[in-house]
Structures are given as C-alpha cells and as structure tokens.
Design a protein around this ligand. Structure first.
Ligand code: AMP
Length: 416
C-alpha cells in the first residue's frame, strides 16, 4: 500500500462548488471597494522577516508564536505574510506611490499564514480582504471605512452583526497609561496565565487579547485606555463616534478592544457576529499613524481593516444558483467530431458547454445530463450530421426541436 499524503493541518481545500461562492463574494467585494475609490494592489506572499517584526510588532502574538519563518537557500530570513498591512506600507515606500496623484486607497484579497492552533474559524492558511487608506488624518475617514464595511456586509446579506469601537491612544498618551496598567497587572500577576505573566513586563496591553477566561476577568478590573487619552486622541475619538452616528451606524464602545497588533494608534474597531462562536470577529482594523515613518518612509498616516473570508463565508446565507449550461450528447465517431466543432463554436460565443469523451449510449448520456442539471441537451447523431441540423432539448420544458448551429445559439442567448 502506498502512503497517502494528506493536506497540512489548518489548511483547507476549496472545492468547485464552494469556489463558486468564493467567486461571487469576491465579485461583490471588488465592486464595493471600487465604489469607495479603492484600487487593487498585489504584493508577494513572502517578505523579509524583519518587515513583520518591525511592523506587526515584536510583542504581538503573531510575531512571537505564529509566523511561518524560514531561511532560504541564500541564507535570508523570510516569512510567509501573516497579515497584509506591512506589505502595503513597504510597497508604497518602494514605489514612492505617495508622490503619484492617485489616492492612496488600496484593497487586496489573498492568503495569509499563521501558525495558530487550528479550530473552527482559525486556520493556518486563511484568506483576508485587506483595505487600507493613507494620508487621511480626518476621523471622517475612520467612520467612512466602518461605513464601507457595514455596506459590504449588507450587500452580502450578513445580518446580526455588532460594531465595536475604541481608541488605543498614541505615542504621547499611551506610555503613561501602560505604566499604570503594568502597576495594576503586577498586583494581579498570580491570577494571570503564564503567557500573560510575561506580558506584564513586555506589553501589558496584550493581556486584553488573551482568550483565557481568568485573564479576561482580571483584565476587566484594569484601568481603561479611554480614560487616559490625550486631548488630541480624545477629540479624534469623539469625532469618529459622531461621524458614525452621522452615517446612521450603530456601535458600542469597547474599551478593552486593543486588537492583537502593536502598531495601532487612536481608532480601533471590530465587527463581530454572534453566529461565529468563540472566534466572533468577522473583521478588525484600526489606525496606524506611525508605521510608514518607522519603516524609513514619509510621515504618512494610515488606517485599514482586514476581514477573514472563511469567517465571512460561514455567516453568508447560502443560495444555490446554477449557471445554465448545455450538455452535448453524441453517437458515433463522425458525430463526435461534429460535436467537438459545435462545442467550440458555442463556447466561443459564450455558451457554457460540456462534452464528455467516454462513448456511451444516448440513454446514459441523457441521464448524465439530467444528473448534472443541464439546461439543454444537444443531440448529435449520424443523421443530424448529414442534415446539418441537431436536436436541441430544453431540459426544463422537455421540448425538443431540430435546429441549425446558428438557431441553437439564438435560442440559448435569448433564454440567458
Ligand atoms: P487580524 O489580522 O488578526 O486583525 O484579523 C482580521 C480578521 O482576519 C479576523 O477578524 C478574522 O476574521 C480573520 N482571521 C485572523 N486570523 C485568522 C485565522 N487564523 N483563521 C481564519 N481567519 C482569521
């Protein structure tokens, strides 16, 4: 017996039927993003490890525990992207996109890689829609981004979601808050999990990300960042919330929403769905006003969000929509060749056409067409070949008519 080589844990095959749903979702995403002026950008799947260490942050769980890092044959340390933002920022700097007149609004859909514990809603290769806008300080853009996410979910018929918002302050106000937080966390250290005990020293803000129940209970008593914002951050947050209301959006302020990534400044937000269970965030994002500068680029602020496509797909109502197609049934060698040319003609005119090359009786070809859900069957036998007229059967009405190649095309185009 030969050994089977199964798929890697935490990865998932997207089979044809499901791929159809992905394509439909991707088309809606693309349309909505472009309505808001976003253009697609595509960057490589792997980057220098340093990019994520510096961008995502050395105290984030992603960098500490979850990166797929390897050394290539040239001795460079590379990492499969665990998230997208640092790659976009790098691309802007590399191509000096900020000097071009186009708005700095980008979107992308593709796979991300994290060595996470596989479970429902958590995979090691998963897909994200990533949306980023740069050089916009105004809190109106923070609200517009949430409004766009809300519209996208509405277009995809995702119901029962909740929008959570917060501000995580900036370089001016966060350090003194972190000091207070550390002092408090130090007092409760014995109650925290091993991981969080380490975070007390490295970055106590990350304790809020911990999923361990006892840590969450302890964190509830911690001082809240929203009460320690500097005037600029407080004003920004106030205006952001006011713009959300202006757009008619409902939201809840969640002072513990710090998100697992180190680079956020001011606004953070998440849209969650009760249908998702423990991993309830469909999307999350925030502002990162210092990243570009810290990567050696211009001093340009940014804000964006990432939406998990697997999670999104799991809350989208399923609708089965079959595309119409024609099954070409043939009898004999001559009919096979004519059938091949007829298929070629119809496909080139945009008609989906299936012809299978296993010689079968007409009866079994008809039953196969039925099983596959064909809209029409085109029957090509020796007589039909001689006449240049073929039997077109409408599988819904059962009606069968003799038609020329051009007539067949006309009938199908009219029906589609
Ligand atoms: P993050 O990049 O961690 O802010 O996550 C943004 C979104 O990506 C989350 O709200 C999830 O929908 C999705 N996501 C993050 N990690 C995973 C994962 N391991 N598997 C599946 N989806 C994920």
């Amino acid at each position: 017996m030969k050994k089977r080589i199964p798929a890697i844990k935490g990865t998932k095959d997207i089979l044809p039927q499901e791929a159809k749903i992905w394509q439909a979702v991707e088309a809606v995403v693309k349309r909505v993003c472009e309505l808001y002026g976003y253009k697609e950008i595509r960057t490589p799947v792997f980057e220098a490890t340093e990019l994520f260490e510096k961008g995502t942050g050395e105290t984030s769980d992603i960098v500490i525990k979850e990166m797929y890092t390897f050394t290539d044959k040239g001795g460079r340390s590379l990492t499969l992207r665990p998230e997208y933002t640092p790659s976009v920022v790098r691309a802007i700097i590399d191509h000096r996109l900020n000097l071009k007149p186009d708005p700095l609004r980008f979107y992308f859909m593709g796979p991300m890689f994290r060595y996470d514990k596989p479970q429902k809603g958590r995979y090691r290769q998963f897909h994200q829609l990533d949306v980023e806008v740069f050089a916009e300080q105004d809190p109106a853009v923070d609200a517009e981004l949430v409004e766009m996410a809300d519209f996208l979910l509405e277009e995809l018929k995702v119901a029962d979601t909740e929008t959570l918002v917060n501000s995580v302050g900036c370089k001016k106000c966060r350090p003194s808050y972190i000091t207070k937080l550390r002092t408090q966390a130090q007092k409760e250290k014995q109650e925290l999990c091993e991981d969080c005990q380490r975070k007390v020293l490295t970055n106590p803000l990350r304790i809020f990300d911990c999923k361990v129940e006892t840590c969450q209970d302890v964190a509830k008593k911690f001082p809240m960042i929203t009460e320690h914002l500097c005037q600029e951050c407080e004003e920004h947050f106030k205006q952001f919330c006011a713009y959300l209301e202006f757009f008619g959006l409902e939201y809840r302020i969640e002072p513990r929403l710090v998100r697992g990534i180190d680079y956020y400044t001011k606004t953070t937000f998440e849209i969650v769905s009760a249908k998702l269970g423990a991993q309830d965030a469909i999307l999350g994002g925030g502002r990162y006003d210092d990243m570009m500068k810290e990567f050696g680029g211009p001093d340009i602020c940014g804000i964006g969000f990432a939406m998990g496509l697997e999670r999104l797909l799991s809350v989208i109502p399923k609708t089965e929509k079959k595309e119409p197609f024609l099954y070409l049934a043939y009898l004999g060698k001559k009919a096979k060749k004519t059938g091949m040319l007829l298929s070629q003609f119809l496909r080139r005119k945009g008609v989906e056409c299936l012809m299978e090359y296993r010689e079968k009786s007409l009866k079994s070809q008809m039953s196969r067409a039925n099983k596959l859900g064909a809209s029409w069957v085109l029957i090509v036998g020796e007589d039909e070949v001689k006449k240049g007229k073929y039997q077109l059967k409408n599988m819904t009405t059962g009606q069968q008519e003799e038609k020329t190649q051009e007539d067949i095309l006309e009938v199908i185009q009219k029906a589609s």
